[in-house]
Structure formats: C-alpha cells, structure tokens
Write a new protein. Structure first.
Length: 290
C-alpha cells in the first residue's frame, strides 16, 4: 500500500510516496509559486501512483476544523498570493483519496512521535518546536494532536525579557515580545546585522536566545507535562541545546519531576528535516483505519 506526503512550505513543496513502514519510495521538490500552478504540479505528481491516502503538513495559518466552511484552506497567511487558498479542496477534485490536513509543525511532531514508538520509547506525549525563519510548535497528548478551536500558535507566546535585551524591538509585527519575535532566524540580522550561521556560539546573543527558548520549554512542561520536547529548525544545534538545557534546569528549579534533561530536550530523531514526511505517512495511514 502506498501513502502520500505533502510538506508544504513557503519556498517549496516536498512531495513523497511511501509505504506502510514509512519508507520513501519516490519524492519530488516543487517550487512554491502561485497556488494554481503549485497545487496542479502536486496533483499531477501523485496521479502517477496508486496512493490510498495523503497526509499534508502545511504552512499557515490553516483551517483544520472540519465543521468550518473553509476547512482545508490556507487562510490569512503572510505568503503573498496564498491567502484563502482551498488546498484540500483543489486536491480532492483531482485525487479522490482521504486527506489528513494539519500544520507543518504538527506533521513534524507526529513524525517524531512515531519514530519514538518505533524505537520502543515509552512516551505518550511530545512537543515539537521548529525555530528557523519563523517559530512554530506542535503538540501530541496521549497520542493525539491538540487544538479543537484551531491549531496551536506556540511561536507567539509572550516571554519575560532578558535583562540584556530590553532595547530590542522584536521582529514579530504583532507581538514583538513573543517567542518568534525574539528567537527566529531574522533576529540575528536585526540584532547583529549578520546571519545566525555567522555568529559563533560564544557570542552573548546565544545566551539571550537560550533564555527565551528555555522559557518556552518551561511553559509547555508546566502546562502539558509532555514526555519529550523536540527542537528542530535552522537555528538549533546540539551545542546550542546544551545552553537551553542549562537555563531550563535553572528555571524549573526541581519544581516538578521531568525525565533526564538531555533525553527530555532533544534534537529531532529523524535526519534532514524528514519528521513531517514520516508524520504525514502515519497520519494518512491512520485515516484508512477509521
């Protein structure tokens, strides 16, 4: 049985076909241009295969409430030309298979959850953050994605300012002091006028970033009590996560029990940003069991 995966991003769509064991059999990258052109190329790609279901992990915001009139749409996205795009409806007209529609970070969260289960880890809940051009988060509790009124927007929680960062405005036009406004990739250019990849880890800005990301980890720890928190995206590295674990432990101050911190706050288990693809295969497979 073949399953389809669409990881829909602002610059490219990664489409893949895989089997029930989540092994990729074929894949293609399609540049994100106009909705009609991009989605038609996506549909044409999947028409080559006898797929049984598709999982979509999309940039957003998106409408995931099935009772909503615009279910399956990309809604008020800042991506030019993509506002109010009927993503699921377009594909349904051309590919008559069940489709699971969620956010890019939810897809990644589910992929990391599935990989943990395949590795025989005893987990029921997991949080996934991506920290790159923007910041987003997905969450599973008891194996289920959360959010009945819509998908979480974990990148826009407000944070306590680092004492050495009080004059920085923040790059989010809505909130300024939110996680995305303070730690996303563009904040390096805003603070230092250089790309994050050009900033050595001993620069104090990384301690400021760690302070904020540790706060996010603390928030979801105290609110959701997950088994694991995964940080992916271009800003994150294993060496940087050592700073995050250090600051998280200080902030938590042994208030509640958590797993060993280097096993609790981790990098993605799936290499090359492949978490969403595995998650999409799994979510598509789940549709066929319903």
């Amino acid at each position: 049985m073949l399953l389809g995966s669409i990881e829909a991003g602002g610059t490219k769509f990664v489409c893949a076909v895989g089997n029930e064991s989540y092994q990729i059999k074929d894949s293609v990258r399609i540049p994100t241009t106009t909705p009609k052109e991009t989605l038609q190329k996506v549909a044409d790609y999947f028409k080559q295969f006898a797929i049984k279901a598709i999982g979509i992990a999309s940039f957003g915001p998106i409408e995931i409430r099935k009772q909503a009139n615009n279910y399956g749409y990309i809604t008020d996205t800042p991506k030019k030309g993509w506002q109010n795009t009927n993503f699921v409806g377009f594909l349904k007209e051309q590919i008559n298979v069940p489709i699971f529609f969620t956010t890019d970070v939810n897809g990644s969260a589910y992929g990391e959850y599935v990989m943990s289960l395949l590795s025989n880890e005893d987990i029921d809940s997991l949080i996934y953050y991506t920290i790159g051009t923007g910041v987003g988060g997905g969450a599973l509790i008891n194996g289920h994605l959360i959010g009945s009124q819509g998908h979480p927007e974990m990148g826009h929680v407000l944070l306590k300012r680092h004492p050495d960062d009080l004059d920085f405005t923040g790059v989010c036009p809505f909130h300024h002091d939110c996680l995305e406004g303070l730690v996303s990739g563009p904040t390096f250019e805003a603070r230092l006028h250089k790309l994050g990849a050009q900033v050595p880890l001993d620069n104090h800005v990384w301690d400021i970033m760690s302070y904020y990301i540790a706060q996010a980890a603390l928030q979801v720890t105290l609110i959701l009590r997950p088994d694991k928190i995964v940080f992916g995206g271009g800003v994150v590295s294993e060496d940087f996560l050592k700073k995050v674990r250090r600051d998280f432990s200080k902030m938590l101050n042994n208030y509640v029990n958590v797993p060993q911190v280097d096993k609790y706050i981790v990098m993605p288990a799936i290499a090359d940003n492949g978490s969403a693809t595995v998650g999409n295969f799994a979510l598509a497979k789940n549709l066929l069991k319903q």
